[in-house]
Design a protein around this ligand. Sequence first.
Ligand code: ZN
Length: 911
Amino acid sequence: MKDYKDTLHMPKTNFPMRGNLGKNEPNRQSFWQENDIYSKRLKQNENNERFVFPDGPPYANGNIHIGHALNKVLKDMIVRDKSMRGFYTRYVPGWDTHGLPIESALVKNEKIDRKSMSVSDFRDHCKNYAYKQIDNQREQFKRLGILGEWDTPYLTMDGQYEGSQLEVFAKMVEKDLIFKGLKPVFWSPSSETALAEAEIEYADKKSPSIYFTFESVDHGPFEEGFKFLVWTTTPWTIPANLATAVSSNIDYVFIRTNNEVYVLATALLEHLKTTLDFGDTEIIRHVKGSALVGLTYKHPLYDRVSPIVEGHHVTIESGTGLVHTAPGHGEDDFIIGKANNLDVLCPVDKRGHMTKESGRYEGMFIEKCSKEVVKDLEESGSLLKMEWIKHSYPHDWRTKQPVIFRATDQWFASIESLKTDMLKEIKNVKWIPSWGETRMENMVKDRDSWCISRQRAWGVPIPVFYHENGDAILDADVIRHVADLFKKHGSNIWFEWETKDLLPKQFKNEKSPNNHFTKETDILDVWFDSGTSHKGGMTDFGMRYPADLYLEGSDQYRGWFNSSLSTGVAYHGTSPYKAVLTHGFVLDGQGKKMSKSMGNVVDPLKVMSQFGADILRLWVASVDYSADVRISDKMIKQVSESYRKIRNTIRFMLGTIGDFNYNEDRVSFEAMNETDRYMLQKRDDIVVALNDAYNRYAFDDVIRIMNNYVTKTLSAFYLDYIKDIVYIETKDDGLRRSAQTVVYDILTTILKALTPIIPHTTEEAYQSLEADNKPYDSVYLEDMPKEKYPKNSDLMHKYETFMTYRDHVLKALEDARNQKVITKSLTAKVTLYPNDETTKVILESMNDLSRLFIVSQTEIKTGKGHYTFDNLSIDIEKALGETCQRCWQVTVLNEDSICKRCETVLQKAHL
Ligand SMILES: [Zn+2]
């Protein structure tokens, strides 16, 4: 028997089944770089609408982790998508480079002895270290397939950036938003610096909970020697106690127990009776808090008398209703102190040790001081109870150590003055997800000032000079002068140059006729650095203000979104972003936080070398990133599986059009049969759905739509259906060229639509197309697919209905195969018995039913078949005839064992 295999047009492509992505992706990346594909795309979009999408700078330290991968891949998907929709979309990567982690890393990892060198030398070390980190991270980000202006990123330590940052600062000075003040701020003894609220995280801490008393001195109309009952969890602040606060509106009670008279809030009496084991108590009288204000008491540890004052913050939720007040150690305490002309006593130094002002506690760390204070209170007879409690307490987010409130001289930016505008702007921003609006509103609503000074070395110096008499020179022009110098020379000159050389030449002042100026040694909060990226990382690069979109993790409501909004509104009067999109955090497969000690860390570098960046990117696209997302080996394997399906489908389609030239061989839509036209209209529907998902940044919808399309419409239907045409018919057969036209269109649609997500794979496939079939150097230079075919809803409806009948037939065939009635579906004959007129009309109008079912014979009859469904019943039997040795159809054969059709095909092809 003749072998007809060579007469078939089997798929032909050099696109391999296995991607070997770990090894091959870097070749695609070199291709993009060598051919400058990023710039070519920008050039194409040069005169189009802008989509301004600045980078939120990651911190330059260490290898990238899975959270970075999620963040950067999301950004790259947006940049690629918007670019391929024609928007002029730049991606200028940025790095956050100042701050404590680099200082600490130098000391810890590089064994730099900070004390042995000048501040400017130490800062040079910091800078070099940061450059190394950036180089490392840059290569890792590029390995993810992120396109952008990697050779010219913005760095917060660049002179240009620092200068721009000071220009924002100058404007804020001009608007009277910057002031210096003594104020209790979050202070980290472990970092020896003030911290912003954004740098605080709450964690459980064990603290002593003590109840103690202050004995009355000026007892007003009441009996002598009664005691005010007070509660605290920070006994080390008792040396700084200068008042006790009550509320006029709260009811208080005098009680007698164990021969003592105590005052406490009435509402807390029952609770305290139990807690403090009071036993028999006698109520002496009830008074309003206002009756207590103005009385005085004696400090149990010092020879000091202090007043009972009114406190706006006093509640009866916990404690005793009388609040120990130390103006140097609490925000409310400070406000109350100010209202009552109390001193701001703060007997704690920057390392958390007690100072001389604390008397016998001098030199003790606060924890030790607490223990001693408790002991002394007990000795003095004023301690009623002490127990250990676990409570939520503020910690330094970097060192994870507890922080304290400590009154120090700090620089502040007034948020109070900006608040109205900020809240108004928040309303104008599109928040995705929408709960972001409330979150942001709450962040801003309760802030009155932003502590922007830090007592560290590695940062942008606060550009303030002081006269000989200590008066600060807060002058916008002077600051702009310094900004220009920083742009030229970098900010290290602040520590290298003499003060007079940093000031404008004409700067002479009657207060300092001899030019005896000094300069501030504090640096700016790093959030002020990154918060001004709308200038140094955006408008300085020629991008428009405001940006179209900011995208970061959901922790940035308190961080970058917040500091950017503050400085943006201060500088421009409006928000720096029109929309904010946030993503959650990456957890392990069980939803647990990743940590080295748990051994559940997923390393993106490892995933990329083992599976490929496209697998990681496909994972990013598959998850609902609006909440926390999970990743595990199992999930990576699942994603790889769905990748394999997409890749195989692409490969099959590439093979199908292996002998097809789009320019010469394509068939017009009008000349196509109904099935092909249905497929192109379906393609349009998919395009509409994909575009909608992309516009919503709903990449998981993109993947869902695509997976469904690839498996159901393509693999399980059309690509199977056309085998009988593409393999069997003559090369130039109209039906064959029509099917190839459809496949070409669908393939290029898929490649373009998936380029934002799996760019390495789509590029590889695009490059596998015949030269005539790819109009551009790179798939990234193509535009996103658009709708393009005439609508015919009758045809769509007919086919969608027919597809349900087809599902019934496939079920029946499956069963018949299991019952051994048939073998392959091509050995079957299908008899259809429509139950109603519509079904009959639809079935009769399909002109190639056998091919659509992938069987050899089909008949439509009246009556009832073995398999019954709603609209029709079906019989399956063995097809009559013999199997054609070329097309495998069962029919009448000639003496060469092939069918009539194959005989004609071979004659035409002269084979
Ligand atoms: Zn045949």
